[in-house]
Design a protein around this ligand. Structure first.
Ligand code: ADP
Ligand code: MG
Length: 510
């Protein structure tokens, strides 16, 4: 007999509906699997055989042909264990096939019959709903994530026995309700990081506020121990939470990366990713034979923090240029090309020279000028050109260190950031996908970054003096727009442009 069970597979951060056809017929006992399965899908045969035996079902001692459609799509991962099991049970008439037409099944099966969570459930659920599926059957640990999709009834089960009971008696089980739980996925613990603990550093704090309000890229340059890492870690605390549409985008990416397993439903906090400087190109931008999102996509709508920027390999950093400009990255393989969103704010930290003390007020720099020049050559150039806020951080003076910190708390800074962002969103009402000033294109700047004569003169002389590129000058205008938003001003006054220019520290230091 023939049974067809629906399942799904991930392509990039999208999904396709996959049909699992199982035919059990006369002939020598054995299992054949067709339709471009990868190694993990091939192994499914053995897992399912053992599981069904262990859980008290009869494994048909006949010829079993499993065909995965569409035939030209490569199928990967263990998520087909459950649909294959259900297909074999339905084809051998051990379970009712009544619900198979409009339900979709996903899940890895352990040898004892328990269901294990799989990656990519959210995008598959969204696609299933669009393609007329009404019910979704997933491992219980994936159920919250799937329940985000409206118009789909989601059932979460612990083991294969529960799934078969449900198929035979659908009325006996309750679907999962959507709960908007707050989840954080920070790679470093940030809970206790508050700006209140930062002493002094008014200049750096101001830069953080501007970066948060406009989504501008930021680099801290300063000697060891000046607080660069400390400051950068406090940026997530002053960012507004993700809106619903943003949260869906972020959750989808994290789902594909397998980070949501055993977790709640939606990612609501802005991601903060701080990959180690030994990170490879693919781990940063994404890759693999079935392309997976890299750190820059996991940082989508949040922060990518590159601590000790010069320690990263230069060719790895080069990979960041295109996504920084476009907000997405395309990964091409012979069979497919996928696009991952990557709209992130880049925050970096670096020493000003190899010994770390160039420009320090306390310790002398021991680097030769040529060594320092080499260092700067590595730092500056195309990547620095894309960093709007280049901020020198000096070490605290002895009297500052011994003082109690009297800094403003993150929460009150966050409120100002929110107000500035609200102001920008009113402006961006008519523009789909434009969420902060850093994302403005030239036509937007033409509309919203008009300069009066005094501001134009200021900018012109900065371009001349600092040898700025057209890109750098556009970036200055965007920062100036954010500074104006923080001041609740619609006009780009000269003082805002002047402040934006003084954040080109590195250009000035050369
Ligand atoms: N402005 C500051 N206020 C309070 N503590 C500070 C400040 N700057 C540095 N520190 C202390 O020094 C430590 C080292 O700072 P860190 O951020 O690691 O420096 P860097 O990354 O510049 O080398 C911090 O963990 C913190 O305890
Ligand atoms: Mg540090």
């Amino acid at each position: 007999m023939l049974a067809r069970v629906w399942s799904g597979s991930i392509v990039g951060i999208d999904a396709v509906k996959v049909g699992v056809e199982v035919d059990v017929s006369g002939g020598l006992p054995g299992i054949v699997m067709l339709g471009l399965p990868d190694a993990a899908v091939q192994e499914s045969k053995e897992r399912v055989r053992a599981t069904l035996k262990n859980t008290g079902f009869a494994f048909p001692m006949r010829k079993i042909v499993i065909n995965l459609t569409p035939a030209d799509l490569r199928k990967e991962g263990p998520c087909f264990d459950l649909p294959i099991s259900v297909g074999i049970l339905a084809a051998s008439e051990q379970v009712s096939a009544q619900l198979l037409g409009d339900h979709l099944f996903l899940g890895e099966v352990s040898l004892d019959g328990s269901l294990r969570p799989v990656a990519g459930v959210l995008p598959i659920a969204a696609t299933a709903q669009k393609m007329g599926i009404t019910g979704l059957v997933v491992p219980v640990d994936n159920a919250q994530e799937a329940s985000v999709v409206k118009g789909l009834t989601v059932y979460g089960f612990k083991n294969i026995k529960e799934v078969t009971n449900f198929l035979n008696n659908p009325g006996g089980y309750q679907p999962v309700e959507f709960k908007d739980t707050v989840e954080t996925y920070h790679t470093t613990p940030l809970q206790s990081a508050d700006l209140r603990e930062v002493k002094g550093q008014a200049h750096a704090r101001r830069a953080l506020e501007i970066a948060a309000a406009g989504g501008h890229n930021l680099v801290f340059v300063g000697p060891p121990g000046s607080g660069k890492t400390m400051l950068a870690r406090r940026l997530p605390g002053i960012l507004p939470p993700l809106g619903f549409a943003e949260a869906l985008e972020v959750t989808r990416i994290h789902s594909v990366a397998g980070l949501l397993k055993n977790r709640g439903s939606l990612v609501r906090d802005r991601p903060f990713r701080s990959p180690h400087h030994s990170a490879s190109g693919p781990s940063l931008v994404g890759g693999g034979s079935f392309p997976r999102p890299g750190e820059i996509s996991l940082a989508h709508q949040g922060i990518l923090f590159l601590d000790e920027l010069t320690e990263f390999k230069r060719d790895v950093l080069e990979f960041l240029r295109q996504p920084l400009e476009d907000g997405y990255v395309t990964i091409s393989r012979t069979r497919q090309s996928v696009m991952f969103p990557a709209q992130f704010t880049l925050v970096a930290s670096t020493n000003p020279c190899p010994c770390g003390y160039y420009g320090d007020t306390i310790q002398q720099c021991t680097c030769s000028p040529s060594k320092r020049e080499q260092y700067w050559a590595k730092l500056s150039g195309p990547l620095m050109d894309r960093i709007d806020l280049q901020v020198a951080v000096n070490r605290l003076k002895p009297e500052e260190i011994t003082q109690q910190s009297t800094g403003e708390a993150s929460e009150s800074v966050r409120q100002r950031v929110q107000q500035a962002r609200d102001r920008a969103s009113v402006r961006f009402q008519e523009e789909a996908n434009l969420r902060c000033n850093a994302q403005m294109q030239s036509r937007h700047m033409h509309k919203w970054c008009r300069l009066d004569d005094a501001s134009r003169n200021l900018l012109e002389s900065a371009i001349r003096k600092l040898g700025l590129s057209a890109r750098a000058s556009d970036r200055i205008l965007k920062v100036a727009r954010t500074i104006a938003d923080l001041a609740a001003d619609d006009e780009l006054k000269p003082q805002y442009v002047a402040e934006a220019i003084q954040y080109r520290t590195i250009d000035r230091m050369q």
